[in-house]
Structure formats: structure tokens, C-alpha cells
Design a protein. Sequence first.
Length: 276
Amino acid sequence: MLGLLLLQVLACCLWLGHSEVVKSFETSCPQFFFREIPPNEALVPQNPAWICQRYKNQYYFATLYNRKMRIPVYSAYIYQPGPGKRPKTWLVQPQLIGPTYPKTMEKEWTLLNRYNVSLEKLSQSQAILHDYKNLTGLNRGHLNPNGHHDDYSSRVATFTLTNIVPQDEKLNGGAWNNYEQQTMIRRTQGCTTTYVIVGAVPGNNYIAKGRVNKPSHLWSAACCVVDNNYIKAWAVIAENDKNQVQLLTLGELEDTLTELYGRGQVSLFDSDCPRE
């Protein structure tokens, strides 16, 4: 009897370790972080969810999600750009509703019609498509952009509502897009692996009748391994109502985020990644 109980507990623990909403990135999807070390506790909100973003039974990136604000705190991924079609289908995160739901991201329609989830129940756990309808001056801004991935499935995986925020449309289509598409290409020359973390600082404004926070700032940091002896880093930040992106050192961004979040010194990457 005791042996059977232990087997049940072990099976439960193994299942939890492979579910999409996880207990920690270190034990479930550490591969998206430099030296397998995610950012420190200074970015963790009051009601967090650690999501190993899973599509078709494969992990593609990691997202720390703010359940209360209904926006991601950050998404972490490995930069692997390539040409390809831009997906059109938006997905949601079933396990934010509860652990009995599918581990892989799904369409809203699938949850409502195949799993009999009500739209109200889904909307309690996360942002839904209706929240982003009829926006003025804002659009759906990816943290992890689909253009930084080299195959269709990895691009589709970025089209989850847990990876987007209400972003100033001029910034999203202007200076931020220039950073994603042009600056990143220049900066990653010679890199064998580039680890990226893109985040959003919660602001004082909301969309969808107060349901979804509009961030005050968006930021991005990269740590690039050139070879065994050389690692380089860079970072940017942008106010979410101006079409401007400020280029910073990693250390400057961490100090800025320390002030903006107000929860202690922020550390985005392992200490081997240069701050200057």
C-alpha cells in the first residue's frame, strides 16, 4: 500500500514537472536562459505564473506571467531569425485556468467548444481576444516576436495572448520594430547563441474596462555567446507612448528596472554576462 502511494506521488510530481504552467523555470525549461539561470526574484509579481510555452508538444520559450495585470512580465527565448509567413491565429494558455486542462496552447474556440470552458472562466485567468478589440492608438505587441524564429511552429508559438501587451502602435511599427529587425541583426554578428529576455513594466492605465494593464515601458536585453572566451551584452528600453528606443548597457537596464519595479536589485542574466 505504501509503495503504491509513493508511486502515485512520484507520478504526480513528474506530471507537474512537465506541465506547461510550472513551479520554476530552472527545473522545467531552463534552456531558454543563459547558463540556465532566469532573472531573479525582483521581477516576480504578486500573482505570478511560470509558463514553459508549449506548442505541439515542444517548448519554444518561457514566459513569466502576471495573472493580476493579465500581461507577461517577460518572455525569454533564443534568437534564431529566419524568413517565413506571419501566423494569424491567436492562442491562449489552458493551464492558467487549472492543471487539468491541456498542457499545450490552444485556440479560444477549442477550449470553449471541445473542453466546455465558458468565456467568463477563461477570461478570469488571462487576457482574451475580446480584450484587444477596438483599440485606439495601441495594438498587440509581441514580447517574443515571431520574426526572431526560423520555422513555422516556433513562430505560431509566439502568437499566444500570454506573450503580448497593449503597445503603442507607432512604437510597435516604428522604433521598436527597427530594433527587432535591424539592430538585432547587427548586434548578433559573430554570435553562436543569443539569449534574449523581453519585458514590460506595468503602468497606471488599462484597456478592456480595467482588465488588461497597459505597460509604461517595454525593455529587451540580450546576452550573446561569441565563443568560449567572449560574451557580449546589450539592452534597450522604450516608454510605451513614444516612438523612441534607448540603447543601454545591460547594467544600465538592470539599474533602471530596479527603480521602475521597486522590489530590489534586478538581475536579468548570470553574472558571466558583462554589465558594462
